[in-house]
Design a protein around this ligand. Structure first.
Ligand SMILES: NC(=O)c1ccc[n+]([C@@H]2O[C@H](COP(=O)([O-])OP(=O)(O)OC[C@H]3O[C@@H](n4cnc5c(N)ncnc54)[C@H](OP(=O)(O)O)[C@@H]3O)[C@@H](O)[C@H]2O)c1
Length: 292
């Protein structure tokens, strides 16, 4: 019989594909405020009682925490809510895992780094720039201290199809380029974007190996600006590359500061799991069929 896994953020961009992918090996309970249908459970991360109730009735053997206020600008505008949802909730959830012995896999972000250097490894010192990033770093510490054996998975900006949720940048770019409309990409921010469809396999393998505790990075194998990856996207999909225009992040008025180069070195986890991080080209090619 499959063991029970509580998946938070199950209606989110990452959670949707985890809900599908993890169900091959786990009895997945899909938790969020709006999860519906079979296997859905109600969870409000801003309410500690809701977390306790959901956890107690699920009695999970493992928890994958992909629920969060994941918009850095929203966190900057409402730091109190960001703290409740992104930090306090993890303290409660990780504490429950620690007491019950449930294995915790907690999602975090490349934004814990200040981006002054790039190609960060797990033992590099974080230096978060904004409310969201500071909260995520605090949540990492809470997960590791309160839930012994927990794994923290830092991912870069993810790309893939939305699976019924909000469209990501790949869908927006495809829609515009296919109509012959211009798109713009920053030339002054470097990322190792994570191919989102790899995450179910990565998380399944982490869950299968209890020795994989601590912090791990999972991005792509290459570091690119959004401008460079958008030109490549246009080329792979057969759109006019000249529709991609250079833009500058420093000219934008984001509420939350963004690191210049938060590229992640994923070699430690790649070696442990025997999975290779994707190049942008292989990721875009893998998505091609899904747009037909
Ligand atoms: N996507 C990326 O590029 C990326 C990059 C780096 C790190 N991450 C991290 O990966 C994780 C997942 O991100 P994502 O992009 O999938 O986020 P997302 O698409 O914004 O989804 C967020 C999820 O969290 C749930 N949620 C938000 N507030 C909640 C609350 N108060 N109570 C219960 N559930 C709540 C939402 O569900 P309801 O609205 O249905 O409640 C939704 O399922 C996050 O920890 C994020 O920080 C993501």
């Amino acid at each position: 019989m499959k063991r029970t896994l509580l998946l938070t953020g199950a209606t989110g961009y990452i959670g949707r594909r985890l809900a599908q992918g993890l169900s091959a090996s786990w009895n997945v309970l899909r938790a969020s405020r709006t999860a519906a249908g079979e296997g859905a459970v109600d969870l409000n991360l801003a309410d500690p009682d809701s977390i306790r109730r959901t956890f107690d009735s699920a009695a999970p053997a493992a928890v994958v925490h992909a629920g969060a206020e994941a918009d850095p600008d929203a966190c900057e505008r409402d730091p109190e809510r960001a703290k409740r949802v992104n930090v306090d909730a993890v303290k409660v959830l990780a504490g429950l895992c620690g007491v019950s012995g449930a294995r915790l896999v907690h999602f975090s972000t490349d934004l814990v780094f200040d981006g002054e250097r790039g190609w960060y490894r797990e033992d590099d010192a974080p230096n978060p720039l904004g409310v969201y990033a500071r909260g995520k770093l605090e949540s990492e510490e809470a997960a590791l201290v309160r839930a012994p054996g927990a794994a923290v998975l830092r991912v870069s900006t993810c790309y893939g199809r939305p699976l019924g949720g909000r469209p990501g940048y790949v869908d927006t770019m495809h829609a515009k380029l296919s109509r012959g409309e211009p798109v713009s990409g920053f030339v002054d921010q470097w990322r190792t974007s994570t191919f989102a469809d790899q995450l179910p396999e990565v998380v399944t393998k982490i869950l299968a190996d209890e020795d994989l505790d601590g912090v791990y990075h999972w991005g792509g194998s290459e570091r690119m600006t959004r401008f460079e990856s958008s030109v490549l996207f246009a080329r792979v999909f057969g759109f006019d590359e000249n529709l991609v225009h250079p833009g500058r992040a420093v000219d934008m008025k984001f509420a939350s500061p963004r690191p210049r180069d938060s590229s992640l070195d994923s070699s430690k986890l790649a070696a442990s799991l025997g999975i290779a991080p994707m190049t942008y080209e292989s990721g875009f090619k893998a998505l091609k069929g899904s747009f037909k």
